[in-house]
Write a protein that binds this ligand. Sequence first.
Ligand code: MEV
Length: 314
Amino acid sequence: MKEKTGYGTAIGKIILMGEHAVVYGEPAIAIPFSAARIKTNIIEGKGSVILDCDLYKGSLFNAPKRLFGLVYIIRKITEDFGEELKDFNINIESNIPLERGMGSSAAVSVATIRALYEYFGKNLAKSNLIKLTNISEKINHGNPSGIDSAVIIGEASIYYLKKAPPMALGINLDSYLIVADTGIPGQTKEAVKSVKRLILSNPQRGKSLIKGLGILAKETKEILKVKDSVALGRLMTEAHQILDELEVSNDTLNHLVNVARESGALGAKLTGGGLGGCIIALASTKEEAQFISDRLLANGANNTWISYMGVDKI
Ligand code: MEV
């Protein structure tokens, strides 16, 4: 008899504008990031389910806390199908380091849900995929806005407001985005909690910073329509300053943002949850992007990627 297998894949994401503020109902803009890819393979096994990924290899039941969201949905899907949680193994591969603000936790869930549905021979409706991914994200991050799952599942740029359907945003800018990894794992859950603490301790200041990020996201949407890369760069730098005031940046992120700007970037900011992870910078030409990327690598970045913004997907 042919062995049962299941395969699922998912790409990453980059938040262009509005991280953190989106949790409080402000708009944000996210772009699919196809340089990051997660692949989940499920094959038949014997006994306990073995999970094999960058963070852990061993029995699903002993997986570390960071994987509880994933473990929960694996268990839920299996039980919902009336199957037993045994006799299969799950292998998750990622071509990017996990926890870098590129949406890896949502992407791991999406790839694994897709693989499980294929393994059990079931059709997966998009609405169900979104629901299951958000359950896992809630366990991982506490209070996710849903932007990561929306852009990763939709694989297209979106203007996103919590609890509203994502709005497709065709981005076609004649400029280049540089993504630079600090090499330090981001801490989305911690960062989201610390923003909440800041808002609770000083509601007036906290809310005004969040509102400021929302205004920048709305302006970005308009600027993307007129394809003004210089203005986008300026807004990115302004957003970074607010994120720094929200205390989700750190010395390493600020250093890379400054290196990018001193090397001629039109603007730069952290992307995603912060407290580690990546920065993004904008450049007018491929040569300038390459120069900025080289400077970032020479000044502490662990890795960089360059993407043309002239097509929807980066
Ligand atoms: C994480 O990629 C983006 C945050 O805004 C959290 C969220 O929206 O769930 C920091």
